[in-house]
Write a protein that binds this ligand. Structure first.
Ligand code: NAD
Length: 407
């Protein structure tokens, strides 16, 4: 029979997945969205031929869901594979909604699995459930993609070349068979490579390094005046930006080194410096590979992308732009990104002065408190996805409870 693939959400990524998977004859796609009004909106918008996706590889696909609903009891039962392709602050919400209608042994995961999807799944579904099921977490989304017309048309601007995926064995399927299945569903690119484990995926989170650090580097000397145009995000990077990114990434790697010294059997070898990540993900899309700074500025995939801004009117009526510190580069990539890494560093006893610089600046513009006097003890920690938010206060408990090392 056909496999039932349940897609949770209704944004850019879900449009691409609906088109890709819905175009296959061996799968039925269903969409589950709890976002108010979204299920109706998407159902009403999709034409008979399905959602049209054009990608940067020159392919065109049309795919249609067999079912779209905001009610878990309608749409979740019978799902063989459940894919969450939504911002990570909604993971808990969707996992709670599907939990009553899924059985241990299901294939369930997130793209991207930012912020420790496995921790969230253990918390919501329970450790026994997770141990029997195939959990998966992609280190990033396979594509840069944007909806062109809601429910009708979506564009893949850039397909990544290769990405790491954390996958666990379950009682029904091996990790290898799930990796093969996911590869079939997304198509030949990007190539999905097994990560050593979920911890490596969590620490590899590129958005958590790129977005807060590049923003910090750009705004650190900002005079507070509005911009005439939204400033370029990657192409506007300075040498300082590249150097800071390198130092932040060095600190992530010193977490790896420290953990591996203490636990030689815990493999974190798929965790790389952002320099290598950039080369494997974008390859020849990058013009000048001499430094992180030049790679940011000559990566075709980053061309034209701007800092998130809000439009305002100047006194003379002209359009101006102010930074939008409410955007996911902050609201997602700090609490579900860099703070997760910072929390793991805290448990491992690794100093992270550069990560701290970035978090301190971000928490200021976000009006949050994560760090206090260089300690990860701020009152907004419970709203992060850090180990501390799940109650972990020592490295050993954290690694054992999440099965990164044997219990
Ligand atoms: P999106 O912003 O389009 O997703 C929004 C969707 O999330 C909504 O349509 C809704 O279905 C769901 N949602 C949001 N808030 C909700 C709420 N309160 N209750 C219920 N549902 C809610 O995101 P996207 O562009 O599809 O990206 C998905 C993930 O991939 C994000 O984490 C994003 O950071 C990451 N990502 C996206 C891109 C890209 O090019 N689009 C690239 C890299 C990474």
């Amino acid at each position: 029979g056909k496999r039932k693939i349940l897609l949770c959400g209704g944004g850019n990524a879900i449009h691409v997945l609906t088109s890709y998977i819905g175009s296959r004859t061996d799968c039925d796609v269903a969409i589950f969205s709890t976002f108010p009004g979204e299920a109706n909106r998407i159902r009403d918008a999709i034409p008979d031929e399905g959602i049209h996706c054009v990608n940067d590889l020159g392919e065109e696909k049309y795919g249609k869901p067999v079912q779209v609903s905001d009610k878990a009891d309608d749409v979740v039962p019978g799902s063989d594979v459940i894919i969450l392709a939504i911002p990570s602050f909604t993971h808990k919400l969707y996992l709670k909604a599907v939990a009553p209608f899924v059985q241990p042994g299901v294939i369930i995961g997130a793209m991207p699995g930012e912020g420790g999807f496995d921790l969230c799944a253990r918390y919501v579904l329970g450790s026994d459930f997770v141990d029997q099921s195939n959990l998966f977490a992609l280190e990033t989304l396979p594509w840069a993609c944007r909806i062109v017309e809601y429910g009708k048309r979506v564009e893949v601007l850039g397909t990544k070349k290769e990405i790491d995926v954390g996958i666990s064995d379950g009682k029904n399927n091996s990790a290898k068979s799930v990796l093969d299945l996911l590869q079939q569903l997304i198509g030949p690119l990007p190539i999905l490579k097994p990560a050593c484990n979920f911890l490596a995926v969590t620490l590899m989170n590129i958005n958590s390094v790129w977005h807060p650090t590049i923003s910090y580097a750009f705004y650190r000397n900002w005079d507070g005046q509005p911009f005439d145009e939204p400033p370029l995000f990657y192409y506007g990077a300075e040498e300082f930006t590249g150097e800071k990114l390198a130092k932040v990434s060095d600190e992530v790697l010193s977490i790896r080194t420290k953990i591996q010294e203490k636990y030689p059997d815990l493999d974190l070898s798929s965790l790389h410096h952002v320099r290598e990540w950039m080369l494997t993900s974008y390859g020849d899309d990058i013009g000048d590979k001499s430094s992180i700074h030049t790679m940011l500025k000559t990566n075709k995939g980053y061309r034209g992308l701007t800092h998130p801004t809000r439009e305002i009117r100047a006194d003379d009526g002209t359009r101006k732009f102010m930074p939008n510190f409410q955007y996911r580069y902050f609201t997602e990539d700090v609490p579900m990104g860099l703070c997760v890494t910072r929390g793991i560093a805290e448990l491992a006893g690794v100093p992270t002065p550069n990560i701290d610089d970035v978090i301190m600046w971000c928490q200021g513009v976000m009006n949050k408190e994560y760090l206090v006097d260089g300690k990860f003890v701020g009152h907004d920690i419970p709203s992060t996805c850090s180990p501390q938010a799940y109650g972990f206060v020592n490295l050993d408990d954290f690694l054992r409870a999440n099965k990164y090392i044997s219990p």
